[in-house]
Design a protein around this ligand. Sequence first.
Ligand SMILES: [Cu+2]
Length: 125
Amino acid sequence: MNKSEKQVLFAVVVIAFTALLFLSCSKKSTSSGGTTLPQPTGNNIFIQNFAFTPLQKNIAVGTTITWTNKDVDGHSATSDAQPPLFDSGTFGQNQTFSHTFNTAGTFDYHCTPHPAMQHGRIVVQ
Ligand SMILES: [Cu+2]
C-alpha cells in the first residue's frame, strides 16, 4: 500500500466513524424526545417511566387520589411520614391504589422499591 492509498483509507475510516457517531446521536435524540407520555386526568396519578406524573398535585380536603402503575416494574406510593400516612405496598402494571386525604397539609411520598425515584407531593388545602 503506497502513501496515497493510505491517505484514502484513513479518510474513509474517518468519514465512516463520523457517520456512525452522527447516526447514534440522532437515534438517541429521537427516542428520548419523540415520545409523549399520556397524562392522567382528574384525581389520578400515573407512575410511568419511573416517575410520578404529575409530580405534585394540589387537592381539596376529602379528595381521593388514585395512583395507577403504568410500568412493567412494580412500584409503590408510600408516604414519607413516620409512621406512613398511606402505603400502597408494591403493586404491578395497570394496578391501582387509592387514598383519601382528610386533613390539610403537604404530604410527600416515595416509591419503596426505587429509592432513587423523585418523591411525589400532595398538597391538601
Ligand atoms: Cu418505583
